[in-house]
Design a protein around this ligand. Structure first.
Ligand SMILES: [Zn+2]
Length: 324
């Protein structure tokens, strides 16, 4: 009998479902907004209902389902399937999500994992990491993290949150406080949302920048940063230089720690850099980071910086791959 799988990608704003057939093709989809005001019980009731809807639409019995994989922007105690906390969904914390869902779904197999882990598995098996035994999947967006693949398997660490490299401390007690509760972690200097906070701080301190004109009445965002940069704005250039420096150092630190030579990057900052004009052509975050990396790296063994290959479906695919 054909065995189906469901992969669910829970994001801060949207929850996307895919039903995959025995050949691992996505044959049905469903999505709904992620309600950040929902307590965890109601949040996972909605997911259980989504699973039932998807099965009903495909006329599939629970018995022919291999299981459900869920990727979330959360710290997850992997073995227990317990969520410790979740970025962008502050109410989804301290919750035994797997046990709760299994009860709702009559004992169906459910695996939950961090979304950087599921994306790493997806890129390893189906994307830019094919053929590599070891790789680092690095989302660079509003948040920064790493999915660590060692010998073809995701490395989760003792409790399940290996790879939270964005929160490594680089400037102790200096800088803007991050959601992790510390000042001076790496992503507080260079993530998409944090760089905007730096720019606002500089402007509040009296520095002038055309970025405020580009923003006009809108809330300042990374598009305005790109426009100001391309117009030659000094403050925008400083912001981009700060991001590149910290992101380059981050990749170097990962490389000297793990000696894994395949980096796969995904996320919104790649797009931001494509909008920048550097030396007359579209910018590349990968090239910019590699330049910093090469400044510190003192040997010539090959190191690959690759762009993620799977489009918007990587979250669904990686979540479903947890079952294999
Ligand atoms: Zn942090």
């Amino acid at each position: 009998m054909e065995q189906f799988t469901i992969g669910i990608d829970v994001g801060g704003t949207k929850t996307a479902y895919g039903l995959l057939d025995g050949e691992k093709r996505i044959v049905r989809r469903l999505s709904h907004p992620s309600d950040s005001r929902c307590p965890p019980e109601r949040f996972f009731d909605r997911i259980a209902a989504g699973i039932d809807e998807l099965l009903a639409a495909g006329h599939i019995e629970k018995g022919s389902l291999r299981g459900v994989g869920i990727g979330m922007p959360s710290f997850i105690l992997f073995e227990e399937g317990r969520i410790v906390k979740t970025s962008n969904l502050p109410l989804i914390r301290d919750f035994p999500a797997r046990a709760y869902l299994r009860e709702k779904l009559a004992g169906l197999r459910v695996i939950l994992d961090n979304d950087a882990h599921t994306a790493a598995v997806a890129e390893l098996r189906r994307g830019a990491g094919r053929g590599f035994e070891n790789l680092l999947y690095c989302p660079v967006s509003t948040g920064i993290a790493t999915g660590i693949i060692i010998n073809g398997k995701i490395f989760r660490g003792r409790y399940g949150w290996a790879g939270e490299s964005g929160h490594m401390i680089v400037t102790p007690d200096d800088g803007i406080e991050c959601g992790c509760g510390n000042r001076g972690c790496l992503m507080s200097w260079c993530s998409g949302s944090m760089i905007i906070k730096h720019i606002k701080k500089w402007i509040e301190a009296g520095e002038s920048s055309s970025i405020t004109e580009f923003a006009g009445a809108q809330e300042l965002n990374c598009n305005h940063l790109a426009m100001a940069y391309n117009a030659g704005d000094a403050l925008a250039r400083r912001a981009i230089a700060q991001m590149v420096t910290f992101l380059g150092i981050w990749t170097y630190n990962l490389y000297v720690t793990l000696n894994i030579n395949c980096f796969v990057f995904g996320g919104g900052l790649l797009k931001l850099f494509h909008e920048l004009t550097l030396n007359g052509k579209p910018g590349s975050l990968l090239d910019a980071m590699k330049e910093v990396f090469d400044r510190y790296n003192k040997n010539t063994m090959p190191v690959y910086f690759k762009e993620a290959e799977l489009g918007d479906d990587f979250g669904i695919i990686g979540a479903a791959e947890l079952l294999f």
